[in-house]
Design a protein around this ligand. Structure first.
Ligand code: DX5
Ligand code: ZN
Length: 232
């Protein structure tokens, strides 16, 4: 998958499977009727965040069932260097690691790319965006967390918007091409502002899978996001 080809179609939508029906994830994905661009998969270890979620075998099953859909894997684990290989080999297209989770973020991002996977880096709401600057030339995606990671259905934290704007400016000034993704409390109410601030990829859990009609909800979210392009 070439992530940058998709930039022309921004904003992209990556529904988060954490909010899908655990006993009917396939039916929930199919209910989107192709209104999404990627699938977002949250990997939680009960240590970096106080919750547990999916493992590599689940990613492998998704990969086989949806061979054409980019798999956007968000690793929320302690010591991601011990965990990233199974997710790379089970079919992640993008593998995003937290800057707070390892003392060797530079090496880890290089290792992800060596496995043929797009490296992404992310940060918690309480982490300064400047912590990412030394590694932004190594990544294809920056994920801005707009809630404290661990759970779906939390309220969007508006104080992270200046981080998106700063990353957007940094990308322009440095001539870099990474995509900017936002995750947590994203909805049709804030999508326009996020895209206007520089966001390319909207992750959305409850505002898609928590709605009675996921396809309509996805389309409404994207439409709201596209309004941000017109004013951006
Ligand atoms: C939170 C996860 C998110 C979560 C988003 O730790 O990283 O991907 O599923 O869910 P919503 O969109 O419901 O806030
Ligand atoms: Zn996530």
């Amino acid at each position: 998958m070439n992530l940058f080809q998709t930039r022309e179609r921004r904003p992209l939508l990556a529904p988060s499977l954490l909010a899908a029906d655990p006993l009917g994830i396939r039916a929930h994905i199919d209910a989107l009727n192709g209104a999404h661009h990627w699938l977002h998969l949250d990997i939680m270890d009960g240590h970096f965040v106080p919750n547990l979620s999916f493992g590599p075998a689940f990613l492998g099953a998704l990969r086989r069932t949806y061979p054409e859909v980019p798999m956007d894997v968000h690793l929320m684990v302690v010591s991601p260097e011990s965990f990233f290989v199974p997710f790379a080999t089970q079919g992640a297209d993008v593998l995003t690691v937290h800057v707070e989770a390892t003392p060797h973020i530079h090496r880890l991002l290089q290792s992800v790319r060596e496995l043929g996977v797009h490296p992404g880096v992310t940060l918690n709401p309480g982490t300064p965006v400047e912590f990412l600057y030394p590694v932004l030339h190594l990544v294809d995606l920056v994920l801005v967390m707009s809630v404290n990671p661990g759970f779906g259905g939390q309220s969007f934290l508006p104080e992270v918007v200046p981080k998106i704007e700063a990353l957007h400016r940094f990308r322009e000034v440095q001539g870099l091409r990474f995509l900017i993704e936002v995750d947590g409390g994203v909805s049709a109410e804030n999508a326009e502002c996020l895209v206007k601030s520089g966001c390319d990829v909207l992750v959305a859990g409850n505002s898609v899978f928590g709605m009675p009609h996921p396809e309509l909800a996805a389309k409404a979210l994207l439409e709201a996001g596209r309004r941000g392009l017109n004013r951006g």
